[in-house]
Design a protein around this ligand. Structure first.
Ligand code: ADP
Ligand code: MG
Length: 435
Protein backbone atom coordinates (compact mmCIF):
# COMPACT_ATOMS: atom_id res chain seq x y z
CA UNK A 1 0.00 0.00 0.00
CA UNK A 2 2.70 2.49 1.00
CA UNK A 3 5.27 2.46 -1.67
CA UNK A 4 7.14 5.71 -1.17
CA UNK A 5 10.66 4.54 -0.36
CA UNK A 6 11.43 7.64 1.68
CA UNK A 7 8.57 6.85 4.03
CA UNK A 8 9.64 3.25 4.16
CA UNK A 9 13.14 4.23 5.24
CA UNK A 10 11.85 6.74 7.71
CA UNK A 11 9.60 4.19 9.36
CA UNK A 12 12.45 1.72 9.50
CA UNK A 13 14.48 4.26 11.41
CA UNK A 14 11.47 4.92 13.58
CA UNK A 15 10.99 1.26 14.25
CA UNK A 16 14.58 1.01 15.43
CA UNK A 17 14.12 3.66 18.04
CA UNK A 18 10.66 2.54 19.19
CA UNK A 19 9.23 -0.12 21.37
CA UNK A 20 8.41 -3.06 19.09
CA UNK A 21 4.92 -3.53 20.48
CA UNK A 22 4.11 0.19 20.32
CA UNK A 23 5.44 0.46 16.83
CA UNK A 24 3.42 -2.54 15.71
CA UNK A 25 0.24 -1.27 17.31
CA UNK A 26 0.41 2.34 16.11
CA UNK A 27 2.60 2.86 13.09
CA UNK A 28 1.64 -0.24 11.20
CA UNK A 29 -1.96 0.94 11.19
CA UNK A 30 -1.33 4.12 9.32
CA UNK A 31 -0.86 5.06 5.72
CA UNK A 32 0.29 8.30 4.08
CA UNK A 33 -0.27 10.74 1.28
CA UNK A 34 2.43 12.97 -0.15
CA UNK A 35 1.52 16.09 -2.07
CA UNK A 36 3.40 19.35 -2.64
CA UNK A 37 5.87 18.82 0.15
CA UNK A 38 3.06 17.86 2.48
CA UNK A 39 3.38 14.52 4.16
CA UNK A 40 -0.02 13.55 5.57
CA UNK A 41 -0.38 10.63 7.88
CA UNK A 42 -3.82 9.10 7.51
CA UNK A 43 -5.20 7.83 10.74
CA UNK A 44 -8.31 5.74 11.36
CA UNK A 45 -9.79 7.77 14.25
CA UNK A 46 -9.33 10.90 16.33
CA UNK A 47 -8.61 8.91 19.36
CA UNK A 48 -5.96 7.09 17.42
CA UNK A 49 -4.53 10.36 16.14
CA UNK A 50 -4.06 11.74 19.62
CA UNK A 51 -2.33 8.63 20.85
CA UNK A 52 -0.22 8.48 17.75
CA UNK A 53 0.93 12.07 17.99
CA UNK A 54 1.70 11.74 21.63
CA UNK A 55 3.97 8.81 20.93
CA UNK A 56 5.49 9.50 17.55
CA UNK A 57 5.03 13.07 16.46
CA UNK A 58 8.36 14.36 17.72
CA UNK A 59 10.30 11.39 16.50
CA UNK A 60 8.82 11.58 13.01
CA UNK A 61 9.27 15.28 12.78
CA UNK A 62 12.92 15.05 13.65
CA UNK A 63 13.43 12.30 11.08
CA UNK A 64 11.74 14.17 8.25
CA UNK A 65 14.68 16.44 7.25
CA UNK A 66 16.84 13.35 6.88
CA UNK A 67 14.49 11.39 4.64
CA UNK A 68 12.54 14.21 2.97
CA UNK A 69 15.23 16.86 2.44
CA UNK A 70 12.93 19.19 0.50
CA UNK A 71 11.27 21.05 3.36
CA UNK A 72 8.41 18.63 3.70
CA UNK A 73 5.97 19.37 6.50
CA UNK A 74 4.03 16.90 8.60
CA UNK A 75 0.21 16.73 8.78
CA UNK A 76 -2.44 14.38 10.03
CA UNK A 77 -5.84 13.52 8.71
CA UNK A 78 -8.46 11.26 10.19
CA UNK A 79 -9.80 9.03 7.52
CA UNK A 80 -12.42 6.77 8.98
CA UNK A 81 -12.82 4.82 5.79
CA UNK A 82 -9.26 3.73 6.13
CA UNK A 83 -9.35 0.01 5.97
CA UNK A 84 -7.88 -0.91 9.21
CA UNK A 85 -5.20 -3.45 8.68
CA UNK A 86 -5.02 -6.08 11.33
CA UNK A 87 -3.32 -4.60 14.38
CA UNK A 88 -0.49 -6.56 15.88
CA UNK A 89 -1.37 -9.99 14.73
CA UNK A 90 -2.04 -11.97 17.83
CA UNK A 91 -1.34 -15.57 18.21
CA UNK A 92 -3.16 -18.00 20.43
CA UNK A 93 -0.77 -18.90 23.19
CA UNK A 94 -0.76 -20.95 26.37
CA UNK A 95 -3.82 -22.90 25.28
CA UNK A 96 -4.42 -26.57 24.83
CA UNK A 97 -1.87 -27.60 27.43
CA UNK A 98 -2.93 -30.80 29.13
CA UNK A 99 -2.56 -30.03 32.85
CA UNK A 100 -1.96 -33.66 33.77
CA UNK A 101 1.19 -33.83 31.69
CA UNK A 102 3.69 -32.61 34.24
CA UNK A 103 7.17 -33.59 35.32
CA UNK A 104 5.68 -34.70 38.62
CA UNK A 105 3.53 -37.27 36.78
CA UNK A 106 6.31 -38.46 34.51
CA UNK A 107 8.03 -41.65 35.54
CA UNK A 108 11.73 -41.72 34.74
CA UNK A 109 13.46 -44.92 33.74
CA UNK A 110 16.52 -45.79 31.72
CA UNK A 111 14.49 -45.62 28.49
CA UNK A 112 13.63 -41.95 28.90
CA UNK A 113 16.04 -40.48 31.44
CA UNK A 114 18.10 -38.68 28.84
CA UNK A 115 15.07 -36.97 27.29
CA UNK A 116 13.73 -36.22 30.70
CA UNK A 117 16.95 -34.55 31.83
CA UNK A 118 17.17 -32.52 28.63
CA UNK A 119 13.53 -31.44 28.91
CA UNK A 120 13.99 -30.41 32.51
CA UNK A 121 17.05 -28.35 31.63
CA UNK A 122 15.09 -26.62 28.87
CA UNK A 123 12.13 -25.98 31.16
CA UNK A 124 14.34 -24.32 33.76
CA UNK A 125 16.46 -22.35 31.29
CA UNK A 126 14.46 -21.89 28.09
CA UNK A 127 16.53 -20.64 25.17
CA UNK A 128 19.78 -21.16 27.01
CA UNK A 129 20.81 -24.76 26.85
CA UNK A 130 19.65 -26.92 24.00
CA UNK A 131 18.04 -25.06 21.18
CA UNK A 132 16.23 -26.65 19.54
CA UNK A 133 15.57 -29.70 21.66
CA UNK A 134 14.43 -32.44 19.32
CA UNK A 135 12.84 -35.51 20.90
CA UNK A 136 12.07 -38.56 18.83
CA UNK A 137 10.76 -42.04 19.44
CA UNK A 138 7.90 -44.45 18.83
CA UNK A 139 4.20 -43.89 19.40
CA UNK A 140 2.90 -43.62 22.95
CA UNK A 141 6.29 -43.30 24.63
CA UNK A 142 5.69 -39.99 26.36
CA UNK A 143 6.97 -37.37 23.91
CA UNK A 144 3.87 -35.20 24.08
CA UNK A 145 3.74 -35.67 27.82
CA UNK A 146 7.33 -34.43 28.21
CA UNK A 147 7.05 -31.35 26.04
CA UNK A 148 3.77 -30.41 27.69
CA UNK A 149 5.52 -30.79 31.02
CA UNK A 150 8.12 -28.30 29.78
CA UNK A 151 5.38 -25.84 28.83
CA UNK A 152 3.57 -26.27 32.14
CA UNK A 153 6.80 -25.78 34.08
CA UNK A 154 7.84 -22.71 32.10
CA UNK A 155 4.42 -21.18 32.70
CA UNK A 156 4.54 -21.99 36.38
CA UNK A 157 7.94 -20.28 36.63
CA UNK A 158 6.87 -17.36 34.51
CA UNK A 159 3.13 -16.94 33.96
CA UNK A 160 3.68 -14.13 31.45
CA UNK A 161 5.61 -16.33 29.09
CA UNK A 162 3.94 -16.82 25.70
CA UNK A 163 3.97 -20.39 24.58
CA UNK A 164 2.71 -21.58 21.23
CA UNK A 165 2.08 -25.29 21.39
CA UNK A 166 1.15 -26.70 18.01
CA UNK A 167 0.87 -30.09 16.47
CA UNK A 168 2.59 -30.31 13.11
CA UNK A 169 -0.88 -30.79 11.69
CA UNK A 170 -2.35 -27.68 13.28
CA UNK A 171 0.63 -25.58 12.26
CA UNK A 172 0.12 -26.72 8.69
CA UNK A 173 -3.62 -26.02 8.73
CA UNK A 174 -3.14 -22.59 10.27
CA UNK A 175 -0.62 -21.75 7.64
CA UNK A 176 -2.79 -22.94 4.78
CA UNK A 177 -5.64 -20.81 6.09
CA UNK A 178 -3.35 -17.81 6.40
CA UNK A 179 -2.22 -18.18 2.83
CA UNK A 180 -5.77 -18.59 1.65
CA UNK A 181 -6.70 -15.32 3.35
CA UNK A 182 -3.61 -13.50 2.15
CA UNK A 183 -2.32 -13.31 5.71
CA UNK A 184 0.90 -15.27 5.53
CA UNK A 185 2.99 -12.25 6.47
CA UNK A 186 0.83 -11.75 9.52
CA UNK A 187 1.03 -15.44 10.27
CA UNK A 188 4.78 -15.33 10.27
CA UNK A 189 4.87 -12.08 12.24
CA UNK A 190 2.54 -13.46 14.88
CA UNK A 191 5.09 -16.09 15.83
CA UNK A 192 7.67 -13.40 16.56
CA UNK A 193 6.03 -12.59 19.84
CA UNK A 194 6.25 -16.12 21.12
CA UNK A 195 8.80 -17.00 23.81
CA UNK A 196 8.59 -20.73 23.43
CA UNK A 197 7.52 -22.59 20.32
CA UNK A 198 6.61 -26.24 20.61
CA UNK A 199 5.89 -28.24 17.52
CA UNK A 200 4.64 -31.73 18.28
CA UNK A 201 5.03 -34.36 15.56
CA UNK A 202 7.09 -32.21 13.26
CA UNK A 203 7.30 -35.11 10.78
CA UNK A 204 3.90 -33.95 9.62
CA UNK A 205 5.35 -30.94 7.83
CA UNK A 206 7.93 -32.97 5.89
CA UNK A 207 7.08 -32.97 2.21
CA UNK A 208 4.82 -29.90 2.55
CA UNK A 209 6.73 -27.20 0.73
CA UNK A 210 4.88 -24.09 1.86
CA UNK A 211 4.69 -25.17 5.47
CA UNK A 212 8.38 -26.00 5.58
CA UNK A 213 9.23 -22.65 4.07
CA UNK A 214 7.15 -20.83 6.65
CA UNK A 215 8.47 -22.91 9.48
CA UNK A 216 12.02 -22.28 8.35
CA UNK A 217 11.56 -18.52 8.70
CA UNK A 218 9.75 -18.84 11.98
CA UNK A 219 12.50 -21.09 13.28
CA UNK A 220 15.24 -18.69 12.29
CA UNK A 221 13.52 -15.65 13.71
CA UNK A 222 12.95 -17.30 17.05
CA UNK A 223 16.32 -18.97 17.20
CA UNK A 224 18.12 -15.70 16.53
CA UNK A 225 16.15 -14.11 19.34
CA UNK A 226 17.23 -16.95 21.68
CA UNK A 227 13.67 -18.14 22.00
CA UNK A 228 13.37 -21.80 22.86
CA UNK A 229 12.15 -24.25 20.23
CA UNK A 230 11.02 -27.73 21.13
CA UNK A 231 10.25 -30.41 18.58
CA UNK A 232 9.08 -33.99 18.61
CA UNK A 233 9.00 -36.54 15.87
CA UNK A 234 8.67 -40.24 15.27
CA UNK A 235 12.11 -40.28 13.65
CA UNK A 236 15.51 -38.66 14.07
CA UNK A 237 16.07 -35.69 11.74
CA UNK A 238 18.30 -37.76 9.47
CA UNK A 239 15.57 -40.29 8.84
CA UNK A 240 12.73 -37.89 8.01
CA UNK A 241 11.93 -38.31 4.38
CA UNK A 242 11.18 -35.28 2.22
CA UNK A 243 12.42 -32.86 4.84
CA UNK A 244 14.16 -29.80 3.47
CA UNK A 245 17.88 -29.99 4.03
CA UNK A 246 18.10 -26.61 5.74
CA UNK A 247 15.48 -27.71 8.28
CA UNK A 248 17.22 -31.02 8.81
CA UNK A 249 20.45 -29.28 9.65
CA UNK A 250 18.69 -26.86 12.00
CA UNK A 251 16.98 -29.72 13.81
CA UNK A 252 20.46 -31.00 14.56
CA UNK A 253 21.76 -27.68 15.87
CA UNK A 254 20.73 -28.21 19.46
CA UNK A 255 20.19 -31.54 21.10
CA UNK A 256 18.61 -34.62 19.55
CA UNK A 257 17.36 -37.08 22.16
CA UNK A 258 15.37 -40.26 21.79
CA UNK A 259 12.88 -42.09 23.98
CA UNK A 260 13.00 -45.84 23.94
CA UNK A 261 10.27 -48.30 24.90
CA UNK A 262 10.29 -48.64 28.69
CA UNK A 263 11.64 -51.72 30.41
CA UNK A 264 9.40 -53.86 32.62
CA UNK A 265 10.34 -52.07 35.80
CA UNK A 266 9.45 -48.67 34.32
CA UNK A 267 6.20 -50.02 32.90
CA UNK A 268 5.26 -51.27 36.35
CA UNK A 269 6.11 -47.90 37.88
CA UNK A 270 4.07 -46.03 35.28
CA UNK A 271 1.15 -48.34 35.83
CA UNK A 272 1.32 -47.84 39.60
CA UNK A 273 1.42 -44.10 39.13
CA UNK A 274 -1.53 -44.05 36.73
CA UNK A 275 -3.52 -46.30 39.03
CA UNK A 276 -2.83 -44.01 41.93
CA UNK A 277 -3.87 -40.96 39.93
CA UNK A 278 -7.12 -42.74 39.09
CA UNK A 279 -7.63 -43.74 42.71
CA UNK A 280 -7.31 -47.45 41.98
CA UNK A 281 -5.54 -50.17 43.82
CA UNK A 282 -4.11 -52.83 41.55
CA UNK A 283 -3.25 -56.29 42.77
CA UNK A 284 0.38 -57.15 41.91
CA UNK A 285 -0.70 -59.97 39.61
CA UNK A 286 -2.81 -57.58 37.56
CA UNK A 287 0.02 -55.06 37.26
CA UNK A 288 2.38 -57.86 36.26
CA UNK A 289 -0.05 -59.09 33.69
CA UNK A 290 -0.58 -55.71 32.06
CA UNK A 291 3.03 -54.60 32.23
CA UNK A 292 4.36 -57.85 30.85
CA UNK A 293 1.87 -58.06 27.99
CA UNK A 294 1.79 -54.45 26.86
CA UNK A 295 5.38 -53.62 26.22
CA UNK A 296 5.82 -51.03 23.57
CA UNK A 297 3.19 -48.35 24.00
CA UNK A 298 2.34 -46.60 27.24
CA UNK A 299 -0.86 -45.20 25.85
CA UNK A 300 -2.09 -48.78 25.39
CA UNK A 301 -1.03 -49.63 28.89
CA UNK A 302 -3.12 -46.73 30.15
CA UNK A 303 -5.98 -47.74 27.87
CA UNK A 304 -6.08 -51.22 29.36
CA UNK A 305 -6.11 -49.76 32.85
CA UNK A 306 -8.94 -47.41 31.92
CA UNK A 307 -11.01 -50.23 30.46
CA UNK A 308 -10.49 -52.35 33.54
CA UNK A 309 -11.42 -49.57 35.87
CA UNK A 310 -14.49 -48.58 33.87
CA UNK A 311 -15.78 -52.14 33.80
CA UNK A 312 -15.09 -52.62 37.47
CA UNK A 313 -17.12 -49.51 38.32
CA UNK A 314 -19.88 -50.38 35.89
CA UNK A 315 -20.26 -53.96 37.03
CA UNK A 316 -19.40 -53.16 40.61
CA UNK A 317 -16.75 -55.84 40.69
CA UNK A 318 -13.22 -55.95 42.01
CA UNK A 319 -10.35 -55.69 39.57
CA UNK A 320 -9.13 -59.27 39.65
CA UNK A 321 -7.83 -61.84 37.21
CA UNK A 322 -11.33 -62.94 36.26
CA UNK A 323 -12.37 -59.45 35.31
CA UNK A 324 -9.09 -58.90 33.48
CA UNK A 325 -9.67 -62.01 31.42
CA UNK A 326 -13.14 -60.85 30.48
CA UNK A 327 -12.27 -57.27 29.73
CA UNK A 328 -8.95 -57.82 28.03
CA UNK A 329 -9.20 -61.23 26.40
CA UNK A 330 -6.89 -60.18 23.61
CA UNK A 331 -4.17 -59.48 26.14
CA UNK A 332 -4.24 -62.93 27.55
CA UNK A 333 -3.90 -64.96 24.46
CA UNK A 334 -1.88 -62.56 22.48
CA UNK A 335 -0.67 -63.85 19.17
CA UNK A 336 2.88 -62.78 18.86
CA UNK A 337 3.58 -61.93 15.27
CA UNK A 338 6.87 -63.38 14.22
CA UNK A 339 9.55 -60.93 13.29
CA UNK A 340 10.53 -61.37 9.68
CA UNK A 341 13.79 -60.65 7.94
CA UNK A 342 11.94 -58.16 5.78
CA UNK A 343 10.90 -56.22 8.91
CA UNK A 344 14.50 -56.17 10.02
CA UNK A 345 15.86 -55.06 6.66
CA UNK A 346 13.25 -52.35 6.43
CA UNK A 347 13.91 -50.97 9.87
CA UNK A 348 17.66 -51.03 9.49
CA UNK A 349 17.46 -49.35 6.11
CA UNK A 350 15.33 -46.61 7.66
CA UNK A 351 17.55 -46.35 10.69
CA UNK A 352 20.63 -45.72 8.56
CA UNK A 353 18.81 -43.79 5.90
CA UNK A 354 19.59 -46.39 3.22
CA UNK A 355 17.44 -48.22 0.73
CA UNK A 356 16.42 -51.82 1.27
CA UNK A 357 18.28 -52.67 -1.89
CA UNK A 358 21.45 -51.33 -0.30
CA UNK A 359 20.95 -53.70 2.59
CA UNK A 360 20.37 -56.67 0.31
CA UNK A 361 22.78 -55.61 -2.41
CA UNK A 362 26.45 -56.04 -3.05
CA UNK A 363 27.91 -52.58 -2.54
CA UNK A 364 31.15 -52.65 -0.60
CA UNK A 365 30.79 -49.07 0.61
CA UNK A 366 31.64 -48.91 4.27
CA UNK A 367 28.48 -47.02 5.26
CA UNK A 368 26.44 -49.82 3.70
CA UNK A 369 28.48 -52.85 4.68
CA UNK A 370 28.20 -52.27 8.42
CA UNK A 371 24.39 -51.80 8.45
CA UNK A 372 24.10 -54.88 6.23
CA UNK A 373 26.16 -56.94 8.63
CA UNK A 374 24.12 -55.64 11.53
CA UNK A 375 20.96 -56.65 9.67
CA UNK A 376 22.34 -60.17 9.23
CA UNK A 377 23.35 -60.35 12.86
CA UNK A 378 19.96 -59.15 14.05
CA UNK A 379 18.21 -61.58 11.71
CA UNK A 380 20.13 -64.41 13.28
CA UNK A 381 19.40 -63.13 16.77
CA UNK A 382 15.69 -62.44 16.38
CA UNK A 383 14.41 -65.08 13.97
CA UNK A 384 14.62 -68.82 13.86
CA UNK A 385 16.04 -68.82 10.34
CA UNK A 386 19.15 -70.81 9.53
CA UNK A 387 22.27 -69.19 8.10
CA UNK A 388 21.55 -70.38 4.53
CA UNK A 389 17.98 -69.10 4.77
CA UNK A 390 19.20 -65.72 5.95
CA UNK A 391 21.89 -65.65 3.26
CA UNK A 392 19.20 -66.32 0.72
CA UNK A 393 17.16 -63.28 1.81
CA UNK A 394 20.19 -61.08 1.54
CA UNK A 395 20.45 -61.32 -2.21
CA UNK A 396 21.33 -65.00 -2.47
CA UNK A 397 24.70 -64.90 -0.76
CA UNK A 398 26.74 -67.75 0.59
CA UNK A 399 25.90 -68.70 4.17
CA UNK A 400 29.53 -68.16 5.22
CA UNK A 401 29.01 -64.44 4.56
CA UNK A 402 26.26 -64.39 7.15
CA UNK A 403 28.36 -66.40 9.56
CA UNK A 404 31.19 -63.93 9.11
CA UNK A 405 28.84 -60.99 9.71
CA UNK A 406 27.35 -62.56 12.82
CA UNK A 407 30.79 -63.19 14.30
CA UNK A 408 32.10 -59.80 13.36
CA UNK A 409 29.19 -57.91 14.89
CA UNK A 410 29.25 -60.08 18.02
CA UNK A 411 32.93 -59.17 18.34
CA UNK A 412 32.26 -55.49 17.73
CA UNK A 413 29.59 -55.46 20.41
CA UNK A 414 32.17 -56.59 22.90
CA UNK A 415 34.78 -54.06 21.88
CA UNK A 416 32.81 -51.00 20.90
CA UNK A 417 30.49 -49.57 23.50
CA UNK A 418 28.73 -47.17 21.11
CA UNK A 419 27.98 -49.82 18.54
CA UNK A 420 26.77 -52.11 21.27
CA UNK A 421 24.28 -49.51 22.44
CA UNK A 422 23.22 -48.74 18.91
CA UNK A 423 22.46 -52.39 18.21
CA UNK A 424 20.54 -52.69 21.47
CA UNK A 425 18.45 -49.78 20.30
CA UNK A 426 17.81 -51.30 16.93
CA UNK A 427 16.78 -54.58 18.50
CA UNK A 428 14.49 -52.79 20.96
CA UNK A 429 12.94 -50.91 18.13
CA UNK A 430 12.34 -53.99 16.02
CA UNK A 431 10.78 -55.76 18.96
CA UNK A 432 8.61 -52.77 19.72
CA UNK A 433 7.24 -52.66 16.19
CA UNK A 434 5.73 -56.05 16.65
CA UNK A 435 2.02 -55.42 17.16
P1 ADP B 1 3.75 -39.86 22.38
O1 ADP B 1 3.57 -38.38 22.24
O2 ADP B 1 5.19 -40.26 22.47
O3 ADP B 1 3.01 -40.66 21.35
P2 ADP B 1 2.33 -39.44 24.84
O4 ADP B 1 3.17 -38.40 25.46
O5 ADP B 1 1.03 -39.03 24.25
O6 ADP B 1 3.15 -40.29 23.77
O7 ADP B 1 2.09 -40.57 25.95
C1 ADP B 1 1.03 -41.47 25.87
C2 ADP B 1 0.48 -41.70 27.26
O8 ADP B 1 1.44 -42.37 28.06
C3 ADP B 1 0.17 -40.40 27.98
O9 ADP B 1 -1.03 -40.54 28.67
C4 ADP B 1 1.31 -40.23 28.95
O10 ADP B 1 0.91 -39.58 30.13
C5 ADP B 1 1.73 -41.63 29.23
N1 ADP B 1 3.17 -41.73 29.49
C6 ADP B 1 4.15 -41.93 28.60
N2 ADP B 1 5.34 -41.98 29.19
C7 ADP B 1 5.13 -41.81 30.50
C8 ADP B 1 5.97 -41.78 31.67
N3 ADP B 1 7.30 -41.94 31.56
N4 ADP B 1 5.40 -41.58 32.86
C9 ADP B 1 4.07 -41.43 32.96
N5 ADP B 1 3.22 -41.47 31.93
C10 ADP B 1 3.73 -41.66 30.71
MG1 MG C 1 2.50 -37.35 20.79
Amino acid sequence: MITDPRWLHLTQALEEQSHAAEYDAWVRNTSIEIQNNKLTILIPSRFFRDGFKQRFHHAIESLIPEYFPDGTTLHYRVKTSLVKRAPTPTIATNEGLEPRFTFENFIVGSSNEFCHAASLAVAEHPGMRYNPLYIHGGVGLGKTHLITAVANRVLANNPKCKIAFRSGERFTNDMINAIRNGKNEAFRASYREVDLLILDDVQFIAGKTGTQEEFFHTFDTLHKANKQILLTSDQPPGALKHLEERLRSRFNWGLVADVQPPDLETRLAILASKAELAGLILAPEISELLASRITSNIRELEGALTRLSAQSTLLNRAIDMRLAKEVLPDLLNIQIKRITIEDIQQLIAEYYNLRINDIKGRSRRKNIVLPRQIAMYVSKALTTMSLPEIADRFGGRDHTTVLYAVRKIAGLREQDHDINIEIDRIIARIKSQRP
